[in-house]
Design a protein. Sequence first.
Lengths: 292, 345, 375
Amino acid sequence: MTLGRLRRLEEAVAPTRLSTTLESLRPRTFLEFYGVAVIVVIVAAIAAAPLIAPDPLAQDLTSSLAGSSAEHWLGTDNLGRDLWARILYGGRVSVVIGVFVLLTAGAVGVLYGAVSGYAGGMVDAVMMRIVDIFLSFPSIMLALLISAALGPTIRNVIIAIAAAWWPVYARLIRGQVIVVKEREFVTASRALGAGPMRNLLLTVLPNSFGVMKTIFVLDIGYAILAGSTLGFLGLGVSAPTPEWGYMIREALQYPTHWWFILSPGLALMLFVSAINFAGGIVTRSVHEDPGR
Amino acid sequence: MRWFVLRRLALAPLVLLGMTCITFFVSQLIPIDPVAAYLGGRGAAQSDAAEQAIIDALNARWGWDKPIPERYWIYLTNLAQGDMGESSHSARAVSTDLANVLPPTIELVVAALMVALVFGIPLGVFAAARRGGAWDAFFKVVSTLAISVPVFWLAIVGFTVFYGRLGWAAGPGQLDIFTRPPPDVTGMVTVDSILARRWDALFDTLHHLAFPALVLGLVIGFYFARVVRSEMVDALESDYVRTARGKGLRRRLVLYRHAFRNAVIPVITLSGLAFGSLLTGIIVVERVVGWPGLGSYAFTAATRLDLNALSGVVLVISLAYVLANLAVDLLYTVADPRVRDGMSS
Amino acid sequence: MKTPVAESRSEAASPGPDRPVLSVRDLDVTFRARSPVLAVRGVSYDLAAGEHVGLVGESGSGKSAGALALVRLLPDYADVSGTVMLDGADLLRLNERELRAVRGDQVGIVYQDPFSSLNPVLTIGKQLTEVLSKHKGLRARAARREAARLLETVGVPNAEERISDHPHQFSGGMRQRAVIAMAVAPRPALLIADEPTTALDVTVQAQILELLQELTSEHGTTMLLITHDLGVVAGVTQRLMVMYGGRIVEASTTEDVFARPAHPYTVALHRSLPRIDARQERLVTIEGQPPDPTRPIEGCPFAPRCPSRIDRCTVENPPLMTLPTARRATTAGWELPTISERDGNPVPGPASPHLTACWNPPLPEARSAGAGGAG
């Protein structure tokens, strides 16, 4: 208890409010800087893809599986398509999947969890058993099944992964809501006559987001990985659209053409690890070593 | 303790029922007529009457003409008898297929889990004991890369290098083509080899098992290590560790008797979740190294959009996951005296 | 009654009691952080054999950090400097191995929170016997018997059975008794009790204090009792050291601190204490904030909040209040700091506040009070 208090001294003497929030979101270690920098570069590159890369769908069978050249920086795939372009456009798919899975699963999970936690009693018990059932699948299995049933489009991949992920958020938010609900200020606002809905939206939810932001950032990376896993299984985004996981699947047939197999995998690793490194910025306050 | 365990056990069937519910309704999502899809797979070129007979037979078996709740009931009763339908790509009962592919996967899961535990836990303790130092920083970088890499890609690259280039890893399959397989008893070549005292086959199959087990085991091991490290850091900064240090105990005792005994409790819980990532890894890695297990089967089923086979795989894996987590919960109650005495639930 | 201890920055000038058990000089504790926290700023004192000394201060005054720093039990990011002499050895310069021989053997510690300071997954018996096997070389059977005996001694009923219980099966008071048993098991020369009653029910507090008193008196153990609560130390200690802003601002006999507080901070602290024996005046809170632990302090740490402040206080740290100074100050008729109230707020005392006891030079025959904690 004493040590914890000593450790919190630093926070106690720091300035408060918005400035602190912005201050705490500044990268501090080398790895955090690295992560943020890589994310910025990758996002800029995939945004500018039409300017800096050729058509990712243009086939040229005469130069298939070619190595690096001035024309094709990263070489070409089995259909002679430019790998550099396909990596960039594939990145777009990954970002879209990552962001939209989080938004969808986040929205559903937060609402569900908030209602469950706020309602309490039997409603809460039943709603949480349903969550338990969803959580008893390894998430990718559920996504795989849904994606197979719905068919391979970006929208369906997002739905499939989000369907597998929302229960985690629901569980988390519910736990938070229950804690926050009991705090005095909610009781106070209830005493002042605020209705349940108003309470939920204005008081309970904003205070429950603390834990969520951490998980959100890291989960973008895992959503991207999950999307690529579906792609690799052939259940992701449909064929001509470039997608990193599906590119790896295609490259599986050509293991000796190393540039073909290396580039999508490295792109995935670079991007996801950058998100994880940068994620340290938000996790730091929650679960990291003291300021070193 | 009893209460906690009983609650868990009581919940398990409910969870299983819920799972079948989800797999069933997901299979109802398919926007096409199941009968047509089924027949389409066979190239229905017979007479209308014959076709109608088949449709009737299918409807009788699966109740495809019945309303959804009734179909779910039929699905459940079939499932209860081990009938998961037929695989459209192997044209065999899914349950037969699963019985064939399950044993090799069990071998791989066990081997990979052993690698993960033996490698991951000491690594996490090591990093926590040196927190803030150079080794810890190195660990942070490498482990972050390890959890950021798509495991199927790592397997492909590794297999290309270690099998294709260096020849250290064994080729696809469970045995070399020149090795006479041991008599099939359990379906697990390692166990069968031991039963038949075929040491050459055992050695050969272990050689084949080594690469996929190492790839999966190391990746999952890094995941374990991160959890262990984080829990250990918390434990090492706790008051009771300070008390232990204040007693003048040796560093090793403080680390293992006091900190690790506490840190391992959340690790047990998380290992149940890690088991899920391991099963996911199986799906993608088996195909890469040609291991004839559940993963290769699922890969083909996914490629052919063989929904019966796919939901069979999902059910089996989820069942394994539920059982593993149940086991983890039981282990947890043993490890934590507070739970054991029913203080918290 | 023990001889009071004077303070000094220099070893030579330290008269000390008849051979101190513990001798602390210029102890500094800094927590490394973005803005380093100066928890303890140059603290010096001696403890004589068998005496019970209270270290009093509000939270954040550095009292706990200063006490745990003696045996280097602070986290890695704490820098500790100075000297801590115990039994001829400087604890701050021992290597890990030598330090381990001191911890738990010569120095026992009772921690603030018995709910977190015991290991939840090990039995009470295990946590007791490990001290015994480490420092007394007892084997399993003997250690267990001794552990049961110790538990019995500290007042745990059914010790024989309860020895195989886990901490969560003990109540808060029982846990603290177990912690005390661990601390006193090897008969340490020094017992550090870091807010031992803060986390406990009021009804249990007195029992725990009595137990500590009893055990330390019985074995002639020196006790350093850390607390924020003047009420706790009143009956247990012979001497008191009052900490403020990482420094000791007053060191006196307990009797004197209560009867004739000398430093304005002690006076204020005193007035914030509810009393049942005296006519209940209004409790006075101390206006203002304790000093920012991340900033160096110029002058007296209490100066910004001090009602008797004079200009000199803000640039120079007054000499430490020790018993001779304070007592002689009063006997010589000097003004001690006083605080009067207007509308419940403390206001500066008499019209000429500058000649408070803080700046009164000690009488020539009094011991040099030095400049303890200056800078």
